[in-house]
Design a protein around this ligand. Structure first.
Ligand SMILES: NC(=O)c1ccc[n+]([C@@H]2O[C@H](COP(=O)([O-])OP(=O)(O)OC[C@H]3O[C@@H](n4cnc5c(N)ncnc54)[C@H](OP(=O)(O)O)[C@@H]3O)[C@@H](O)[C@H]2O)c1
Length: 117
């Protein structure tokens, strides 16, 4: 039995990796899924993989206008969200012995000029 019938999910960074795997599972469980990412070509490829019950929305999660547009599209197409998977992001891979405090803050600070010092 499908566990997510009539559920609406938004998965940021749902065009590849963990986000795409999550989208596949959600669709298989009966959910309608919105996936986001910055690269339209990767979103198109993901949509082709996922098949039905998917809307792609191109945008950068660090851009407030893009987030407003995502909100508007989901609201107009489905009315509300049941599940939000805040997955978009990146990791700078480094051996544990070579990790510095910068590696723990750089991901956030890359988008926040006020904490770049
Ligand atoms: N894989 C791991 O071992 C691991 C470990 C710890 C945490 N994580 C976290 O788990 C999440 C997924 O990891 P993953 O390995 O599946 O990564 P991934 O394959 O690189 O996928 C991340 C997706 O997020 C999208 N993205 C990145 N920045 C974005 C932005 N600013 N706005 C919108 N979309 C953005 C990328 O698409 P576009 O480039 O097209 O935007 C990409 O397709 C990340 O947040 C990562 O930090 C992963």
């Amino acid at each position: 039995m499908q566990k997510m019938v009539n559920k609406v999910a938004v998965i940021t960074g749902g065009n590849s990796g963990i986000g795409l795997a999550t989208a596949k599972r959600f669709v298989a469980e009966g959910a309608y899924v919105f996936i986001t990412g910055r690269r339209q070509s990767v979103l198109d490829k993901a949509k082709a993989t996922l098949g039905a019950n998917v809307t792609t929305v191109r945008g950068d999660i660090a851009n407030l206008d893009d987030l407003d547009r995502l909100y508007s599209i989901v609201k107009s197409e489905k009315g509300s969200i049941d599940i939000l998977v805040a997955n978009a992001g990146f990791v700078e891979m480094v051996d544990t012995g070579n990790a510095t405090p910068v590696h723990f803050g750089v991901a956030i600070c890359r988008y926040l000029p006020e904490c770049s010092s």
